[in-house]
Design a protein around this ligand. Structure first.
Ligand SMILES: *Cc1c(COP(=O)(O)O)cnc(C)c1O
Length: 325
């Protein structure tokens, strides 16, 4: 069901689908288990393969971090040079480290992701092969999340997805529609897109009954992977939500961080804030039937959002008394 076989693969996908202890009938698809720690690897495998076959020797992406980490790794695998354009000060530490580790050229711009993306769209594409999610191959790779959920669980009633640049929710919906066309899904899931309240151009428009987003210039959220004011794939996301009779909702940062902590402590799954946004949405809603929350990125991506508390002891006796408390 994929348009081509991936040449630049790192064996992405095949991620755990775990039944959550947080709520009955809630399952978590843990995309943090991909090779670079986010779902971006699914699409990057195809995107980089196509870049290589097209004879490119350079790829370029604008990124809030995970696309950069993934592009850097897959470009390395394929022997291509990666340029990553990042919003200065708005990228989590683990993701920057990955881009550097895999040998990408890191370029920073003042401003938000939206500025970096418009620079890549307008100028970057002239000199290098672009791998942002307006590249259709990326979305083709990402739709495999739907196939894997189907293989383990059949077709769930609801699929909850964090929404930033808004490509992934459409990619997953496309996967389910293809399963439907083959007669494998009798009833397709409702697609529920969750945005952070300070970066919710789609959710705010949806609540007001508009059919286009309320773009914002200064997105604000702890979930840096979805800190996006002008999502480029907004029209596709509206299609996914409308066709599936789903919805967009927004959740405040406090609920995102609470969901991150609950997921880590009740289910043993470490998510970065954007990744836990789907769980925050699933916990906030009363959804009938089976729900799959797609947890899009690993906790290690963003070590700075978690407060680390320690207790110091200086003797065996102190340790023992602490353990006995
Ligand atoms: C990229 C990303 C998203 C947003 O996906 P879109 O396709 O841009 O909506 C969400 N969470 C994480 C961890 C991401 O890396």
């Amino acid at each position: 069901m994929l348009p081509l076989k991936s040449g630049a693969t790192l064996r992405e996908g095949g991620t755990p689908l775990v039944e959550s202890r947080l709520k009955p009938n809630l399952w978590v698809k843990f995309e943090g288990a991909n090779p670079t720690g986010s779902f971006k690897d699914r699409g990057m495998a195809l995107g980089v393969t196509v870049a290589k076959e097209a004879g490119a020797n350079k790829v370029v992406v604008a990124s809030t971090g995970n696309t950069a980490a993934s592009a850097a790794a897959y470009a390395a695998r394929a022997g291509l040079k990666a340029y990553v354009v990042l919003p200065k000060g708005n990228v989590a530490r683990g993701k920057l480290m990955q881009a550097a580790l895999h040998g990408a050229e890191i370029v920073v711009v003042d401003g938000y992701f939206d500025k970096a993306l418009s620079m890549v769209v307008e100028y970057g594409t002239k000199a290098a092969y672009p791998l942002n999610s307006f590249n259709p191959w990326r979305l083709e790779g990402q739709k495999t999340v739907a196939f894997e959920i189907y293989e383990e669980l059949g077709c769930p009633d609801n699929v909850v997805v964090p929404v930033g640049n808004a490509g992934n929710i459409y990619a997953i919906w496309k996967g389910f529609k293809e399963l439907g066309a083959l007669g494998l899904c009798k009833k397709l899931p409702r697609m529920i897109g969750v945005q952070a309240a300070g970066a919710a151009p789609l959710a705010k428009a949806w609540r007001e009954g508009l059919d286009r987003p309320l773009f914002l210039d200064e997105p604000r959220t702890v979930a840096s992977a979805i800190k996006i004011g002008k999502p480029i794939n907004w029209a596709k996301a509206f299609i996914a939500v409308n066709e599936s009779h789903g919805m967009f909702i927004e959740v405040p940062d406090s609920e995102i961080l609470r969901a991150q902590s609950l997921l880590a402590r009740a289910d043993g799954l470490g998510a970065e804030p954007a990744g836990a946004t789907s769980v925050a949405g699933a916990l906030a809603l009363d959804l009938p039937g089976t729900t799959v929350a797609v947890v899009t990125g690993h906790a290690l991506k963003d070590p700075d959002v978690v407060e680390v508390k320690t207790a110091q002891v200086s003797s065996e006796a102190e340790l023992l008394s602490l353990l006995e408390k």
